[in-house]
Design a protein around this ligand. Structure first.
Ligand SMILES: Cc1cc2nc3c(=O)[nH]c(=O)nc-3n(C[C@H](O)[C@H](O)[C@H](O)COP(=O)(O)O)c2cc1C
Length: 180
């Protein structure tokens, strides 16, 4: 009898420049345990927050933060996208169709293509209470993007208390959202 080969699906993990970015390997590990092939992408600002060598070793793939040069291999197509931690800046830009860096190009297009996309913010309550941010969350949800903020998801911390909130950052919720 022929053994059925289960095709592995590709998850783009998009990392923005917020404190928990340094622990993005946690999300990568959890995703790999669930059978995803992981392609890490980082905003230009996030590059200084992450350990690129460690993430490349963990995924076996280059971390992408800029457009490909001619001759460089393409990333595999995304079956799903997680932006975590997602910053105030990237959430507002994405909601409004701004694509002024590589990962915003990729995720704007992915949403348009209907690729399931989850946003796990890491913002303080001063940012989260701003009218433009609330409007961005609504706009993304209207496009079927799962934005994990609010009860049962990420709860914004007080301004200045971000470091205490790193440990509680609910990485696994982003994966659960793709499973549901
Ligand atoms: C040490 C440090 C911590 C930061 N933490 C956050 C944060 O938790 N959430 C957030 O939205 N922005 C945070 N910022 C601000 C973002 O890094 C800044 O808005 C940046 O432009 C975001 O770029 P990106 O969205 O392209 O990653 C932080 C900046 C620094 C320097």
């Amino acid at each position: 009898m022929l053994e059925q080969v289960k095709e592995q699906k590709t998850l783009y993990v998009v990392v923005c420049a917020a404190g928990p970015a340094a622990e993005a390997g946690t999300l990568v590990g959890l995703a790999q345990e669930r059978g995803w092939v992981v392609q890490v992408m980082a905003t230009p600002a996030a590059v200084g927050f992450i350990d690129i060598d460690a993430l490349e070793k963990q995924t076996g793939r280059p971390v992408r933060s800029r457009h490909r040069l001619p001759g460089e291999p393409r990333s595999p197509k995304a079956d799903a996208v997680i932006i975590a931690p997602a910053t105030f800046n990237t959430i507002n830009k994405l909601a409004n169709g701004i694509a002024d860096n590589y990962v915003l190009d990729v995720v704007n297009e992915a949403i348009g293509l209907g690729v399931p996309t989850v946003v796990l913010p890491f913002v303080n309550s001063a940012y989260a209470d701003r009218a433009p941010f609330k409007s961005s969350v609504d706009k993304l949800r209207a496009e079927q993007v799962r934005v994990l903020i609010g009860p049962g998801a990420f709860i914004p911390h007080d301004a200045g208390a971000g470091a205490d909130a790193f440990e509680r950052f609910p990485w696994a919720l982003a994966l659960d959202a793709h499973a549901s």
